[in-house]
Design a binder for this molecule. Structure first.
Ligand SMILES: Cc1cc2nc3c(=O)[nH]c(=O)nc-3n(C[C@H](O)[C@H](O)[C@H](O)COP(=O)(O)O)c2cc1C
Length: 403
């Protein structure tokens, strides 16, 4: 029998767990929790759908460790056992057909919006000034930092109990752990600030404890930025140092992304540089640098759209796993459809949105709508008006957050 094409080959993680292929649905915040921040039947339907189309690894959207500091009003929060029965049904749906389903665990920090809190906390009191959606954060005390560490561990243990087959610590995109990593948002002068050793302390302390609590055979992943793409922010040099540290701690999969809410590189990069458009995936140049220095299994998310290119980077051993997000919202049966159509290419949505400052917000809102269509068992509506999407998402955030 001939070998399957690279994207369909199995992959064994360092902990021993086996992914049935190299296709990962990267995290996409679902905004579908109920008013107690628990999983709902819509979430169960969504993951039932996504697990039935041939994906090897599903990663949930942001699951928060503390209901006070969410990135969106209807995020799932796991702080105790109260929502575990619905969460278990969601993991049962998401692990069908030998699919791995990992929980992405997260804390919003200063990126917790005003619908979630007017009193965010962060490494330092550096406010995120975007669309007046974020209040000025309070610098965290050492007790609050220790509390966050405990909460990451507690949430991960509960997620494992609920049936997730792995966990991903979200340390990218400007959320709390990424705020600690960045010298722009972390101005502390104690053991959590200053050198990259100190700025990465909270992340590495969490990973050490997760390995101890979750066991040697449980997949642990970290999502980290290659850079924040902000002057004076977390850069590639810092990132490589942190990656070396994570390698020593024995994580199973490193996911590379980039940007924060101030520069949403992870969403918008494909519209910018000609070279990245040609090479399809952004962050690949950085992946090459990591490969030279580290043996951690590697995944990149952002921009992959053609099967030929995915197979090329896998067979060149540039990457181990390919992360896709928006393709799942542009083809209903992705990746089944992607693998079977004649051109093996997934298109991006094309919509007209003239307000540049809001473009990324409109795009997130447009895709949020499509996620909800799947969750309700309805078809995509590619003609959905992005202006309407912005209004819809703002209204949902307000209603679910304040009322
Ligand atoms: C609607 C939407 C929600 C997202 N939510 C998350 C999230 O919860 N956590 C995360 O790490 N990334 C999130 N992302 C970023 C994606 O995981 C991914 O990095 C990005 O979309 C680039 O990949 P793509 O070009 O395949 O879409 C989100 C992206 C979209 C479009």
């Amino acid at each position: 029998m001939s070998e399957p094409i690279p994207i369909l080959q199995e992959f064994t993680l360092p902990c021993g767990a086996v992914l049935k292929n190299r296709i990962c649905k990267a995290a996409m915040t679902e905004r579908l929790a109920d008013k107690n921040q628990h999983a709902t039947s819509e979430l169960i339907h969504l993951y039932d759908h996504w697990a039935s189309n041939g994906t090897g690894l599903l990663i949930s959207g942001n699951i928060h460790i503390d209901k006070r500091y969410k990135e969106a009003s209807a995020n799932v929060v796991v702080e105790d056992e109260s929502g575990l029965s619905m969460l278990s049904k969601m993991t049962e749906a998401g692990t069908q057909q030998n699919t791995h389903f990992w929980a992405q665990i997260s804390h919003g920090g200063r990126q917790s919006n005003i619908f979630s809190t007017f009193k965010p906390i962060a490494p330092s009191a550096v406010q995120l000034k975007r669309l007046m959606l974020f209040a000025k954060p309070k610098a965290m005390s050492i007790e609050q930092i220790k509390d966050v560490e405990d909460r990451f561990v507690n949430t991960a243990i509960l997620c494992k109990k609920a049936g997730f087959t792995g966990v991903q610590v979200h340390s990218a995109h400007g959320y709390l752990l990424s705020q600690f990593l960045s010298p722009r948002t972390n101005l502390r002068q104690d053991e959590y600030g200053g050198s990259i050793e100190n700025r990465s302390r909270l992340l590495t302390d969490i990973v050490i404890r997760l390995r101890k609590e979750l066991g040697a055979d449980y997949p642990i992943s970290v999502k980290i930025n290659s850079a924040d793409f902000q002057r004076g922010g977390f850069n590639e040099e810092d990132s490589l140092i942190v990656i070396k540290k994570l390698e020593k701690l024995g994580i199973d999969l490193l996911e590379i992304s980039g940007g924060t809410y101030e520069n949403v590189t992870f969403l918008t990069e494909r519209y910018k540089k000609e070279s990245t458009r040609k090479r399809e995936a952004y962050f690949l140049d950085f992946a090459r640098k990591i490969r030279k220095r580290s043996t951690i299994p590697l995944m990149i998310t952002g921009g992959f759209r053609s099967l030929v290119f995915c197979n090329e980077v896998l067979s060149n051993k540039e990457l181990d796993i390919i992360g896709f997000a928006r393709p799942y919202l542009n083809q209903m049966d992705f990746p089944k459809e992607f693998l079977s159509t004649s051109d093996n290419r997934v298109p991006d949505a094309k919509f007209n949105f003239k307000i540049n400052a809001l473009r990324d917000f409109a795009e997130a809102a447009y895709y949020d709508y499509q996620i909800h269509q799947i969750a309700k068992g309805k078809p995509f509506n590619f003609k959905y008006n992005p202006y309407l999407a912005v209004l819809r998402m703002t209204k949902n955030e307000m209603v679910k957050g304040w009322f």
